[in-house]
Design a protein around this ligand. Sequence first.
Ligand SMILES: [Zn+2]
Length: 283
Amino acid sequence: MSNLDSMQRFTFDDTDVRGELVGLHKSLNSVLSKHTYPEALQAELGKLMAASALMSATLKYEGRLCLQVRLAGDVTLIQAETTNTGELRAIARYDESKSDEIDHVELQGGQLVITLEPAVGKPYQGIVPLNSNQLNEAFEEYFQQSEQLGSRFWLECDGKLASGFMLQQLPASEGNDEDAWDRLSHLASTLKTEELLSLTNETILHRLYHEETVRIYDEEPLTFACTCSKERISNAISNLGYDELMDVIAEQGKVSVDCQFCLQHYSFNSEQVGDLFPEKKLH
Ligand SMILES: [Zn+2]
């Protein structure tokens, strides 16, 4: 299996093409075990997590890359995020009453929203229409449109493992290295689903590229981690307003919030809600 819970970069000597391999196991399981997603949805969520890790390799600053697949059917949202330090989280929204009927996720007609969120500065958002049921094609289109860079993505998930393989032309190569690009991406397209899911990175690269000089870089770990905190949840609930929160406390004794990503439970009593609205304390 492309090495588990890690991301690994590789380059080819004398070409302007780079690649990344991603394998997810524990990090995928940490996401899937917290929810009871239908199998077809688990597969798409795993692929999106692999894609978010692959794309996070292009982050050149501290921050986070967030991918959202927005759909109009029984599944409405698939979301995966990876930080520049390799922390992943993911979530999906779907009509739980249709759980047993969801045997396929219709992507075509939806949108892929790619948000780059630097720790400092403005977020950047790109939107690509999903013109097919193949998630990888949307990423290839995104790079073609936004950076005029050739890129190829292979994304696989069997519910236990997720793997991703990306090849990308470096900016300098556009136009002057088409042979290498065509050759390397054609060879990658001979890789079978089960090979991507079951072989180590080294074996995959050897099998595809034994006639090339491939340089493999150190693996970078990928882990499940949620970015929720009492402070972030406080900010979110304070948008509801003092009166509404106090109404909830009058009815239920406290305001309870569960993080949708990691299921961490947060609760606020009347004093803690009061602290969120210092102006109310003056009276
Ligand atoms: Zn959380």
